[in-house]
Design a protein around this ligand. Sequence first.
Ligand code: C2E
Ligand code: MG
Ligand code: MG
Length: 741
Amino acid sequence: MDKAIKKVLKESAKRDEWQPPDRYAAPISQLLTAHENAHQDLDRLNAGAEPVISEAKLLNTIINQISDLVYAKDTDGYFLVGSDALARYYGLESAQELIGKTIFDVRGAAEAKRITAREQAIMAGGDSLINMEEELIDTNGVSKWIQISKVAMKDENGKIIGLIGMAGDITERKNNERILDAERQLFRALIDQVPDYLFVKDTESAFVVANRALAADLGLEPAELIGKTDFAFHREKIASKFYGDEQEIVHTGKALFDLEEMVIDYSGAEKWFSASKAPLLDDDNQIIGIVGVCRDITQHKKNAERIHFMAMHDALTHLPNRTLLVERLEQGIAQAEQSQGRLTVLFIDLDNFKNVNDSLGHNAGDILIKAVADRLTSSVRSSDTVARLGGDEFVILLADEDKLASDVGMIIERVRAAIAKPFIIEGQQFSVTCSIGGAAFPKDGTDSTTLLMNADIAMYQAKGSGRDSIVFYTQGMDDASREQRMLLEGLKSAIANDEISLVYQPQVELETGEIFAVEALARWHNFELGHVSPAKFIPLAEDSGLIVPIGDWVLQEACRQNKAWQDAGMKPITVCVNVSTRQIREPDWVQRVAEILRETGMDAQYLELEITESMLMSDVEQAINMMRALREIGVNFAIDDFGTGYSSLSALKSYPVTRLKLDRSFITDLENNNDEKHIAEAIISLGQKLDMRVIAEGVETDEQLDFLREAHCDEFQGFHFSKPVGPAVVAEMISNHVLLK
Ligand code: C2E
Ligand code: MG
Ligand code: MG
């Protein structure tokens, strides 16, 4: 191919200026000399002198060696001399026969006229005819291409004395050219079909060939690139890179493969290519240029970037995932080590995310997680990292550039405040809290694994300490987290192992002092762990979902016990059972309650389910439907821990609730806090105005009881009357008609 290109280049360069082909130079000058001699011969003949035969012979010998048609004519058109080839062409025996003839003697009149007119014009001082190509049909009817040149013949004074003609058979060259032309077209079609960039450049990196794909990306035609370098089309920096690589190839002779190149196309879009460039050698192995192929890898690169992004980020929130977090953490540690700085890792877990997910579905859960991700991101600095590890677990990495602990404190507060603001999801308002565990470099660990683990442990501690809190890691905390894990393991088999039991705390009517109900409270005694407080295992059961089977068992047992008391002839009382969100979100919850009532044979009117405000708020409509369905079969409802949540008072009246349980915190603070007093009074009267009975929880002292009497509270429950006790003790209290003193 290189030869062909060179040839094309050469020929196109020389097409316009004609120089007599070398092979003609000598014959022409000899011809002129011969002509001169012939005239001299004539003169001599006229003068009776000896003609110089030898020169004319020599001339004939020479021109007969040439395969081309060569002749000279005088101004009247008579052949002075002609080559054998010409004679043969005209169908004559020998060149000798030509002498003294005109074209009219050897060609048809029409052709002879045309040729004569052209030759006369030249001899009249017109332009020479140089390399005119003509297709002729020879005497055998075969198409031939000839190239004709005709120049006026002049004597030493410049006077035109005749005409020299030369005609070469260029049929073969013509055919070759045609083939070459076809080859070129084929080559063009081929390279223009290819979507890759294909090009040939000279040693100065100027384009010699460029295909359509390459030109099209520049908004140009291929021809517009020829002779120009990349500097004409690309920014300096991009072109310099190409130029550098190509010059390296020119100088070293070594090809370069898989070069990653970027160009900006005419529309301004970035395109990436994998380029291979090799030296172009001539027949002597000299480097005469560069050939290049560039494959578009933009999509491939985008995919690769996307895969990389996906490997490093969480699909839902697009936050960094654990892998990227660890990478950043390790970078941060290396930096902090150098600058003797600090680093803080915060492990964040939403407290009641499972409620949202269970009650509103995964879609709503996803929306919440995304909203949390946004809030977390906007509450930290851009130098900090917010990552999602999965579920409702996030990690914030605080790069403590200023080495100010107060900054960290401020950020944590911002994070908590950001999460605490209500979320509106699918038209409903939600409140979530979070538990945060913190660990700092280098105090709580000097490598990423330890720091993350200790922040996680601290987070578990925060959960265990009642949620919505922040706990920083301290040594020895690992034991606490190990305990959490042990608890969870134990809890899984607690029911099967008969480790859960119920105690009952009497509820007393203030006016009469009589026990009218008992609250069933779960107790867990494990062989290894001993007694585990509900404050520990209930949240664990709720988080792990174990609360569903445990709650079922509690309900079943409480109903069975109450029915047994009634069957034993005791005064019928109500049994109050605590239920968790996880339970009431079970699709068959209403049927389960009904089934347990049927199985135990206890009348529904003696069952009261205690639910909390937050349970009601997470899905008002569903809660009301569930409660109405159970109210229809006679089950009662109480709102537990009232006053600690954010229930809307207007919604309160739409719930079929018969009792409000005033949270223990109000009662505890009564003595030294006037505000608490006023709030407690307000809640009592509010409940009563809404046709509910109000029961105060956690009553321990006479003073508290006095206050409740004054505030006209209906009922109470608390250590003052009795701690939660076993069924036998309760039975005794009721049978012996133990009254409030
Ligand atoms: P709760 O429903 O508010 O139950 C009242 C809690 O207050 C009980 O704690 C009870 O022992 C305690 N208490 C009662 N009177 C007093 C008092 O005068 N002073 C003090 N300091 N405490 C008093 P307990 O049994 O530890 O239960 C804690 C919580 O665990 C319960 O709060 C309830 O939310 C949950 N829980 C207990 N059993 C179950 C259950 O079977 N299912 C569900 N879902 N939750 C349960
Ligand atoms: Mg309760
Ligand atoms: Mg309570």
